[in-house]
Structure formats: structure tokens, C-alpha cells
Design a protein around this ligand. Structure first.
Ligand SMILES: *[C@@H]1O[C@H](CO)[C@@H](O)[C@H](O)[C@H]1NC(C)=O
Ligand SMILES: *[C@@H]1O[C@H](CO)[C@@H](O)[C@H](O)[C@H]1NC(C)=O
Ligand SMILES: *[C@@H]1O[C@H](CO)[C@@H](O)[C@H](O)[C@H]1NC(C)=O
Ligand SMILES: *[C@@H]1O[C@H](CO)[C@@H](O)[C@H](O)[C@H]1NC(C)=O
Ligand SMILES: *[C@@H]1O[C@H](CO)[C@@H](O)[C@H](O)[C@H]1NC(C)=O
Ligand SMILES: *[C@@H]1O[C@H](CO)[C@@H](O)[C@H](O)[C@H]1NC(C)=O
Length: 742
């Protein structure tokens, strides 16, 4: 499609003009952000303004920086609040050497503020910078209070995010709708999942599991949603609200016995007590009624920015592969939106197309993508750094799409990423013939890990070309992160770039596959796409840098994270030794290797994790409990949280998917199963009986369940010194290659 046609097709998506009132409101929001970030004194050195006219030529978010030096204020002007915040971030990053990240910020501002020698104007290459996966709401945001949300929205603004989900509180609206339709309160309660599983309830994968939602939950989420929306909109962000995708509670069939529904299949190894949702037939008269009731109630409560998310067939096999059915099911969702909001644009996670490519052949894809007028379906190419769909769907049949980096499933700890592919991806998608790309997106299932990957992706949202030299880029990144240039730390990051962050192919598809965080068996695959020695060397280099950098909180976080990674590597090494010994029927070497793994490495890991509040199971569970308004709710939330980290479902349905490495979780969940495994192997050798995986799985499930149902309370305050413990572990286990000259 020629550019002009594309622009027309995407007319709906083009930058809205704003009144002078909007400009003033957005500027005020950014000024308040500057004060939160830098404190009132330093904030006074910035002059922030918002002028829509800055983007007049391109229609794309633009910022302009000037001033600074010798006491002159730094002037930050943006075409929107988000653009101004992104301009501020650029100034802090490139002129002041500062760093803003989930794990902490390094904001040592020079005095006076450095000058911007020549006025600098930068426009983003695309209409949108998108943020969030539907799952992020459950894996990362579920227990957040307003203070934490505020930080996140600031992070979003600084990274120039202008399109993001705002999905809190939707169950409160659904409850009103269903009660209004004649369902009973207990039918509604039976339908919703618990808080930690709402993402999958919203996509029709699950119901009931982990519920019911207490009334206080609804009240708190409504309150939060209002504040979230108010803040997002004050920056000029577009908040994506949810819409009806077609899934309904089973009780709808009691109230409307004639209704035409299909029960879909199960999901994620859950049985139909928790899965197999009912999908309303697109031709049923109730479809537009329920869809419109919901959206009308929702927008009456929250207002609207005209973009709505809905996922009907996310990891769900449609009842028919007939293109006519798929088109009807798609059109029904869109029509229910436009009945309430004639300007509606539908935001669709394109995950289904890449998750079930056998089902979604060319005619099925086409049926869905053409069932909505061109320009009104905005598709997230959700895992584009790994398996882009735009390239095999003619740019989603001409619908606008956003090139998204997913990177992490379940929010696992573990260092991995494909910085090279991420760096090249957006530019390649833009160059694709007749590309309909309209933005870039950051869509991890869980945040708070591998920040270097997210820093690069956020930066790419504002770059026309890939970063030329990733080695230089990562070196600068380390320097800013620690607020000092330290050659060993920088060398460590270059080693990580060429190893853990240079993954390719299927070996590092978004998960931490380490045996450490998996249920033990004799079949575990310890292959890595990188050379483990690089991790050990980087570990050694960071330890060498420790005397200089130990006062930097971000450095201490990274030292802990790489020590954690090194221990994870050592667990693989000792697992291999133990397995080799077992297969060779050598009891003593088995006991030696197994003993080190289960009785030394894992306790050492737990102890070092305990030194940082970000790696405490206690803090994790405390967040859940703090969201409750009674002890009974606190117990429900804590159990939701424990399940999500481990068994996921009642029978280990999606076992260890959202694994984390947290102090307490290592000691009381991972360690006991390695004890059991090593004991079982030793017993097998001693008694000459074969090791039976199936019997072992049953045994270990009881231990896993004991942890999940347990009520032990874990420390919420860190204990011990990260640097000291990291050093001790290194000295004890330091593999030879770590100290060999690089
Ligand atoms: C791009 O669009 C133009 C105009 O519709 C068409 O002629 C051309 O074949 C398209 N190119 C590709 C590679 O699809
Ligand atoms: C589904 O699994 C749960 C938990 O294991 C069990 O209690 C329930 O009876 C099962 N339901 C069906 C329909 O099999
Ligand atoms: C129910 O919906 C399905 C799918 O749209 C359709 O094929 C079927 O004819 C409908 N049944 C009735 C009785 O309307
Ligand atoms: C990543 O690995 C590839 C080989 O798979 C290599 O060609 C490339 O140079 C590596 N990149 C970095 C930054 O080390
Ligand atoms: C382990 O995984 C790697 C990479 O995916 C694969 O090449 C190798 O064959 C696997 N090894 C075993 C023993 O399954
Ligand atoms: C990994 O690195 C070590 C130490 O630098 C080296 O001895 C070894 O040969 C490397 N292994 C591979 C497979 O490249």
C-alpha cells in the first residue's frame, strides 16, 4: 500500500489535535513528574512546556531540548506530555549520565545542569509506543497499590509510552452487568478467577480458579483504575480499555435457556471445572446486548480514549476453522464496540496467530483481519523479536500493527535476551514492503528482570535506525547505571552481551529453563546457547569492580543477579555430575555432587537472595496480604501468590511457568525437591532398583503442595551483605575459567 493510502486507512489513529487546556494540563503533569523524580529543588532548574505545534509537520510525537549550563534552566518542550517526559529522559540519560529503571535509578545530577549546546529536536518514527501484555497485569501488577502504580506510570511517561492497557476494575463492571442480566451473586462469584489469575479469566482461558473475588477487591480496583486513568490521560497517554470478546459465564444458559453458546476446549491442562469457557455465538441476539451493556457501563464509569482490547481465541481453539465463522465471530466483537463508540479501534494481541500456526492458515488469518474495516483493528505482533507474524501475513492484511518485544514469559529471573534481534527488528519491519507498522511495543508477561533488554527496546521507540554499535551502547548503559566508569564492570557487560544476551533460535524462548527452577528428573537439558565461562568471567569482573562501585544500589542489584545466575549455572554443572555418576552407578561421586547441589549451592543462593528486598519471597507475599482487607482475604491472596509462583493450578497444571528465584522460595520449594531427588537416586543405586520418575513426581508433588498451602511467614527485610556473600561464594566455587585472563 502506498504511504498515502496507509495514512488514510490509519486516519483513525492519527494524532488528535488538542486544546490549549490539554497542553497546559499535560505540561503540569510532567512538571509534577520532574519534582517526584528529582526533588523540588533540582526540578526548579527545568522549564517544561507542551506545544502540539511541535508535531505539526510529521504528526508524530516530538520533543525539543535547549538551555542548561551556567545556571540557565533546561527547556524541555514536547508535542504531548509523553513527548516532553521522553525529552526529559533523553536529557537525563545523554547529557547527565543518569539512569531510570525498575530496580532503581541513578540520578546524580551534575551542578549546574549541563548545557544542550545546540537545540535538539527529535521526533519518534511512529505513532505509538505501546506497553503491557494482558498477562503483565497478573504476573507483576496484581497486588500493586497506588504508590507503585504511580512509579510505573512515571516510568512509562519517561520512556515515551503513549498507548497502554488500563484494565483494572473491569470485573466490578462485569459484575454489575451480569447481576443486571439476572445472574445471582453466587453465580458471578463462581465465575471470576482469583486476583492472580485474572489475566486468563479475561481471555477466556480460565474461570473460577483461585476465586472468588471479595467485594473489597472490586472497590479497591475501581479506585485504582480511576487514579490510573486520570494520571495516564494527564500525560496524554491513550488508555486501552477492555471490551467484550464473547466469553460468558455458564449461568447465562440458566437465565437464557435459548441462548446459542459453544463450550470451548480446556486450556493449560486445567479441567472443565476451571476451563472450557462458554462462547456466545456471533449470531445470537444476546451478543450485541452483552457487548454493548458492558462497554456502555465501562465508559460511563471511566470515559474513553476509543481504543479497546479483546482476545476471543487467545490460545483457544475456535469451534470452527470456517473462514465465514471466524469472520462473523470477529465482526460481532467489533460491532458491539462501535454500537457504543462509533470511533472504536480494536486492539488485538496477535499471539494466537503465532501460537497456533497450524490452525491459523492464510484463509483463517484473512477472515479475521478483514472482518474489521481497515485501520480499525490494531494488531500487536506480540513476539516479533522471535517469530514475527507481519512478514507472513502481508502486514496483517493491511491492518496497522505494532512491532512488540515480548522477551519474558511469566516474569522469570534468569539472564537472557536477544539484543541483536531486538535492535534490528523494528527497522526491518518498517522497511518491509508496504509495511503497516505504526509503533513499537514492550509486552513482557512479567517485569523487573533483564533491564538492559527493556532499556534498549524503549530507546528504539524513539530511534529511526538500530543502534550502530551494541558493545558501545551496553558500555554506556553500564556506566550510567552505576554512575561511574569502571572498566571491569563495563567489560562484564560486554561479556554478557555476547553470551546470555545473544541468544538465537529456540533455545531461549522467553523462559528460564535451568534445572534449578524445574522439577528434577534424569532428562533435564542443561544446554545453553552461550558459553557458561562467560557468565563466570562476568561474575568475576563485577566482583573486581565491587570495591569501587559497592555504594551503587543498582550495582549491588546486578552483582546479586549475576551471582544468582552463576549459581544457576553451577547447579547445572553439578546436576550433570550427579547424573553421570548415577548412570555409571557410582554412589560416592553421586553423593558428593548431589550433596554440593542440594546442601551447599541452593542454601548459598537462598542466603545471597536474602540480602536484597527485591529478591524476598516475604516481600512478594506481603504485597499480596497488604492488598486484603481481612485475614481471610489475606490468606486467599497469599495462596494465589504461592500458586502462581509454583504449581499454577491445583495439580501443577502449568508447573513452574512463572518461576522466580526468591529467598524463601529457594529454601522451601526448590531445595526440598532436590533433596528428594538426590535421596531417590542414592536409594536406587544402593538398593539396585530403578529410579521411577512417575513415583518421584507423585512424591515431590506432595512437597510442592505443602509449600503452597503452608503459612510460614518469611522475612520482609533484607539480611546480610550482598558483596560479602557474593565474594565468599565465588571464592568457594570459582570455576577455573573465571579467573583465566579474558
Ligand atoms: C505494495 O503495494 C502496491 C500498491 O498497492 C502494489 O502494487 C505492490 O505490489 C505492493 N508490493 C508488495 C511487495 O506487496
Ligand atoms: C477438576 O480438578 C479439580 C482439582 O484437581 C477437581 O477437584 C475437580 O473434581 C475436577 N473437575 C472435573 C470436572 O473433573
Ligand atoms: C449457533 O451458532 C452457530 C455458530 O455461529 C451456528 O452455526 C448455529 O447455526 C447456531 N445455532 C442456532 C440454533 O442458531
Ligand atoms: C552473537 O552470536 C553470533 C553467532 O551466533 C555472532 O555472530 C555474533 O557476533 C554475536 N554477537 C555478539 C554481540 O557477540
Ligand atoms: C538439549 O537442547 C538443545 C538445544 O535445544 C538440543 O540441541 C539438544 O539436542 C538437547 N539435548 C538433549 C539431550 O535433549
Ligand atoms: C568456553 O570458554 C572457555 C574459557 O574461555 C573455553 O576454554 C572453552 O573452549 C569455551 N567453550 C566453547 C564450547 O566454546
Amino acid at each position: 500500500m502506498p504511504a498515502a493510502t496507509l495514512a488514510t486507512a490509519l486516519g483513525f489513529l492519527l494524532l488528535a489535535g488538542g486544546s490549549a487546556g490539554d497542553e497546559a494540563r499535560e505540561a503540569a503533569a510532567v512538571r509534577a513528574l520532574v519534582a517526584r523524580l528529582l526533588g523540588p529543588e533540582r526540578a526548579a532548574e527545568f522549564v517544561v512546556s507542551v506545544e502540539r505545534a511541535l508535531a505539526a509537520e510529521s504528526g508524530l510525537d516530538t520533543y525539543r531540548l535547549s538551555g542548561g549550563g551556567g545556571g540557565t534552566p533546561v527547556r524541555v518542550c514536547g508535542s504531548s506530555g509523553v513527548a516532553a517526559a521522553a525529552g526529559l529522559h533523553r536529557y537525563l540519560r545523554d547529557f547527565c549520565g543518569c539512569h531510570v529503571a525498575w530496580s532503581g535509578s541513578q540520578l546524580h545530577l551534575p551542578r549546574p545542569l549541563p548545557a544542550v549546546p545546540e537545540e535538539l529536536t527529535e521526533a519518534t518514527p511512529h505513532r505509538y509506543r505501546y506497553y503491557q501484555n494482558v498477562c503483565t497485569q497478573s504476573y507483576s501488577f496484581v497486588w500493586w497499590d497506588w504508590a507503585r502504580w504511580e512509579q510505573e506510570i512515571d516510568w512509562m511517561a519517561l520512556n515515551g509510552i503513549n498507548l497502554a492497557l488500563a484494565w483494572s476494575g473491569q470485573e466490578a463492571i462485569w459484575q454489575q452487568v451480569y447481576l443486571g442480566l439476572g445472574l445471582t451473586q453466587s453465580e458471578v462469584d463462581e465465575y471470576f478467577t482469583g486476583p492472580a489469575f485474572l489475566a486468563w479469566g479475561r481471555m477466556g482461558n480460565l474461570h473460577t480458579w483461585g476465586g472468588p473475588l471479595p467485594a473489597s477487591w472490586h472497590r479497591k480496583q475501581l479506585y485504582l483504575q480511576h487514579r490510573i486513568l486520570e494520571r495516564m490521560r494527564s500525560f496524554g497517554m491513550t488508555a486501552v480499555l477492555p471490551a467484550f470478546a464473547g466469553h460468558v459465564p455458564k449461568a447465562i444458559t440458566r437465565v437464557f435457556p435459548q441462548v446459542n453458546v459453544t463450550q470451548l476446549g480446556s486450556w493449560g491442562h486445567f479441567n472443565c471445572s476451571y476451563s472450557c469457557p462458554f462462547l456466545l455465538a456471533p449470531g445470537d441476539p444476546l451478543f450485541p446486548i452483552i457487548g454493548s451493556l458492558f462497554l456502555r457501563e465501562l465508559t460511563r464509569e471511566f470515559g474513553s480514549d476509543h481504543v479497546y482490547g479483546a482476545d476471543t481465541f487467545n490460545e483457544m481453539q475456535p469451534p470452527s476453522s470456517e473462514p465465514s465463522y471466524l469472520a462473523a465471530a470477529t465482526a460481532a466483537v467489533f460491532e458491539a464496540m462501535t454500537a457504543v463508540d462509533p470511533e472504536a479501534v480494536w486492539l488485538l494481541q496477535g499471539w494466537l496467530f503465532q501460537h497456533q500456526p497450524q490452525f491459523w492458515g492464510p484463509s483463517q488469518l484473512k477472515a479475521v483481519l478483514r472482518a474489521v474495516p481497515r485501520g480499525r483493528l490494531l494488531v500487536l505482533d506480540l513476539f516479533a523479536e522471535n517469530e514475527p507474524v507481519y512478514s507472513r501475513s502481508d502486514s496483517f492484511q493491511g491492518q496497522p500493527f505494532i512491532w512488540c518485544m515480548l522477551h519474558n514469559f511469566g516474569g522469570n529471573h534468569g539472564l537472557f535476551g536477544a539484543l541483536g534481534a531486538v535492535n534490528q527488528g523494528p527497522a526491518a519491519a518498517r522497511r518491509f514492503p508496504n509495511s503497516t507498522m505504526v509503533g513499537t511495543g514492550i509486552v513482557p508477561e512479567g517485569i523487573g528482570q533483564n533491564e538492559v533488554v527493556y532499556a534498549l527496546m524503549a530507546e528504539l521507540g524513539w530511534r529511526k535506525d538500530p543502534v550502530q554499535d551494541l558493545e558501545a551502547w551496553v558500555t554506556d548503559w553500564a556506566r550510567r547505571r552505576y554512575g561511574a566508569s569502571q572498566p571491569d564492570a563495563e567489560a562484564a557487560w560486554r561479556l554478557l552481551l555476547q553470551s546470555v544476551y545473544n541468544c538465537s533460535g529456540d533455545t531461549c524462548r522467553g523462559h528460564n529453563h535451568s534445572p534449578l527452577v524445574r522439577r528434577p528428573s534424569l532428562q533435564m537439558n542443561t544446554t545453553t546457547w552461550y558459553n557458561r565461562s562467560d557468565v563466570f568471567k562476568a561474575w568475576h569482573l563485577l566482583l573486581t569492580a565491587a570495591p569501587t562501585l559497592a555504594t551503587s544500589p543498582t550495582f549491588r542489584y546486578d552483582l546479586l543477579d549475576i551471582t544468582r545466575q552463576a549459581l544457576q549455572e553451577l547447579v547445572s554443572v553439578y546436576y550433570e555430575k550427579a547424573r553421570t555418576a548415577y548412570l555409571a552407578k557410582e554412589l560416592v561421586p553421586l553423593l558428593r555432587a548431589g550433596g554440593i547441589l542440594a546442601y551447599e549451592l541452593l542454601p548459598a543462593l537462598d542466603k545471597v537472595l536474602a540480602t536484597d528486598s527485591r529478591f524476598l519471597l516475604g516481600s512478594w507475599l506481603q504485597q499480596a496480604r497488604a492488598a486484603a482487607s481481612s485475614e481471610a482475604e489475606a490468606q486467599l491472596y497469599e495462596q494465589n501468590s504461592r500458586y502462581q509462583l509454583t504449581l499454577w493450578g491445583p495439580e501443577g497444571n502449568i508447573l513452574d511457568y512463572a518461576n522466580k528465584q526468591l529467598a524463601g522460595l529457594v529454601a522451601d520449594y526448590y531445595t526440598p525437591r532436590w533433596h528428594l531427588f538426590m535421596e531417590a537416586l542414592a536409594k536406587s543405586l544402593a538398593q539396585g532398583t530403578p529410579f521411577q520418575q512417575h513415583a518421584f513426581d507423585k512424591l515431590v508433588f506432595q512437597a510442592e503442595l505443602a509449600f503452597v498451602l503452608g503459612s510460614h511467614q518469611y522475612p520482609t527485610r533484607p539480611q546480610g551483605d550482598t558483596v560479602e556473600l557474593a565474594k565468599r561464594i565465588f571464592l568457594k566455587y570459582c570455576p577455573q575459567e573465571a579467573v583465566a585472563s579474558p
